[in-house]
Design a protein around this ligand. Structure first.
Ligand SMILES: [Zn+2]
Ligand SMILES: [Zn+2]
Length: 358
């Protein structure tokens, strides 16, 4: 799969660009790191210098502390040892980027995590929408790279969320909506109908809301839920919190409540049962199967390298399309929506010609 002049190769530290002597989202400490986005498995501590979008600087510093960071606008170029680098919107979370690398007439794009879906008009309104970038070789994630993953229109999903919240409010019980703190929580907030009732957030979510607002993203008013809050408001309230609060004392203090989990994994019946929540809403910040296909086609790449997710399924499908395809084993996929499904939940028969992932 690798050739001597590949622009991006796998090293023990991470994805490496030999002529530019930098890494992309490295998982071990390195001198020069280009960071696609601030989720913990892509943005780690301990690198000498960081290059990322300027708009992600606030969240990166909040998570990583005082780092040496150069911020770029989308589309702005810098050169490292003669390699041209630019960052392009990935539509995944605030500041998320695809990394375009150009050298010696070759263009490679490492996409990090990205959102685009088979619902062509759907974009993630809380960040710059995914933009396909033409390239010779495209490095793609495959978190939901199985034909069973097809997102419904997000307006339809948010209508389900609002109907659930309204019904709970009418019955006088709180609505505890679980989603990852960085990205999913804000996407939910941007889509809910704030006229239904007050919105409270967990302490892990509220600082990120503030980072989004500081970046100019419109979100409804939220209040961090703590002991000073007026808890008589809870029976009409929506409470947004990370999944880790499930079964916690923090959640018990909400009194009577219904809980729901928003994630791409909710497409699998077993996933909701295993979480033990009342409702599951299928909403992801990652591309679904048609979205992955569309994104890859739009790059015009003749070669595709698949990372974290269902690599085997994706590689097989790409090869059937006549593309040169292979996979690389990265350390990504331990954060946000990427926590893998249980094997039992994947007993859905794969369509003809597609092997189940190993
Ligand atoms: Zn991510
Ligand atoms: Zn990822």
């Amino acid at each position: 799969m690798t050739a001597a002049d590949d622009l991006i190769v796998l090293r023990p530290e991470g994805l490496y660009c030999p002529p530019g002597r930098f890494y992309i989202d490295p998982w071990r400490p390195v001198e020069r790191a280009v960071i696609t986005h601030a989720h913990a498995d892509h943005a780690r501590r301990g690198h000498g210098a960081y290059l990322a979008t300027a708009i992600s600087a606030g969240v990166l510093r909040a998570r990583l502390g005082a780092i040496t960071l150069q911020g770029l606008e989308y589309g702005e170029a810098v050169w490292l040892d003669g390699v041209r680098i630019s960052l392009h919107p990935a539509g995944h979370v605030l500041g998320s980027a695809q990394v375009r690398v150009e050298h010696g007439g070759q263009v490679w794009v490492a996409s990090g995590d990205y959102f685009t879906s088979g619902q062509v008009e759907d974009v993630n309104s809380t960040c710059a929408p995914f933009e396909p970038v033409r390239c010779h070789c495209f490095i793609t994630e495959s978190t939901f790279g199985m034909p069973i993953y097809r997102w419904r229109p997000q307006a339809e999903v948010m209508a389900q969320v609002n109907a659930w919240w309204q019904a709970n409010a009418d019955a006088g019980r709180a609505s505890l909506l679980l989603g990852y703190s960085f990205g999913k929580a804000q996407r939910l907030l941007a889509g809910v109908d704030a006229a239904i009732g007050p919105i409270f957030t967990h302490g892990a979510v509220e600082p990120l809301n503030q980072a989004y607002r500081a970046a100019g993203v419109a979100l409804p008013a939220t209040t961090q839920l703590d002991d000073r809050c007026d808890r008589t408001l809870l029976p009409r309230a929506l409470v947004i919190a990370p999944p880790a609060v499930l079964g916690s004392a923090w959640a018990q203090k909400l009194g009577d409540f219904s809980d729901a989990f928003a994630s791409g994994w909710m497409q699998l019946r077993g996933a909701r049962r295993r979480r033990g929540v009342d409702r599951g809403f299928v909403l992801s910040d990652h591309a679904d199967w048609p979205g992955l296909q569309r994104a890859i086609a739009a790059t015009g790449a003749s070669r595709v390298i698949v990372t974290h997710g269902y690599e085997a399924v994706m590689v097989r499908w790409l090869q059937q399309q006549g593309l040169q395809a292979g996979s690389l084993q990265t350390a990504f996929g331990k954060d946000d929506d990427e926590v893998a499904a249980q094997p039992a939940e994947l007993s859905v028969p794969a369509p003809a010609g597609l092997a189940a992932p190993g």
